[in-house]
Design a protein around this ligand. Sequence first.
Ligand code: ZN
Ligand code: ZN
Ligand code: ZN
Length: 377
Amino acid sequence: MIPPERYAERLAGLAAAARSGGVDAVLVGVGPDLEYLTGYRAMPLERLTMLVVTPGSAPVLVVPRLERAAAEVEVRTDVTIDTWDETDDPYALALRDVAAGPNEALHLAVSDRLWASHLLRLQATRPAARFVPASTVLRGLRMIKDADEIELLRRAAHAADRVVGQIAAGRLVGRTEADVAREVRERLVAEGHEEAHFAIVGSGPNSASPHHDASDRVIQPGEPVVLDIGGTIEGYGSDITRTLWVTGGDPANGPDEEFRRLFELVREAQAEASAAARPGMPAERVDRVARGIIEAGGYGAQFIHRLGHGIGLEGHEEPYLVAGNDEPLAAGHAFSIEPGIYLEGRYGARIEDIVVCGRDGPTVLNRAARDLYVVDG
Ligand code: ZN
Ligand code: ZN
Ligand code: ZN
């Protein structure tokens, strides 16, 4: 549970970042930024709901009249709630008290997930203003997870760990990927997630497609199954990948030599990169650690995606562990470490954990074993 005073700190931090960034107002629509700043998880609608944060005055939340009661219950900090009626212009209301600093054109930051329909109306309301994404002033705050956020990420990770164990212990052969995915979703909720967000079940050749969803393909003995699953607890995500090999009970159906070799490279790359992350290290360097190992093993061209992504109120957020991102890691950054090797049309393997960069080094939140799960089922 995020304590209420944390939201006030975040709002004050954003106001300070806006001031130093020369931003006259941060306009936050429905989405993860609004949830981060107020605790309010509103429904995204064509009617405007907008938090207005300025350097100089108290934050105001503009909501349609029919959402007021919900907002009063859900907003977990002290903000003024301003309502608009069906025939009012909510964009004019949101911008009513927003003024440019001395000698400057108005400089407005809008939340990155704001719908274009809302942004276009804001732009029409203040045609001379300059608009930038709110992440320019908010990213620094959102990237650094506090102890309560890390605790939620940990709870989500442990819940997902348990689901991996349950699926690996159950029956897989003869079932469709979609059927297993349904079970994964049910178990994610049963283990404490408020929602299951995704359940990738890639069997046989589908394991070579990193974002394969789950199809009607029937799982066969003698092939791998990549499970990549996650959901949320109080808005914070889990995201774990483990690779299984199903034998159907016949040891002759075990993994072949090439699969064992590529899995071992993935395992080593994942372990070394997870151990490497520390404050000050450029994000791309962690990717390099993993990629170097996989390249040396001869599969560099088959590791076709970045090493990892930040995680928090969004399943994919900053920082991204990818070549070209020289942003230094900092204590409180939380991200996935998920190298994979994919032989198109044949098979693939991936291992993914959520890692938090601490002052003295990394903490891996997931506890599920990272070996190849060779299972009878
Ligand atoms: Zn992914
Ligand atoms: Zn994943
Ligand atoms: Zn991921």
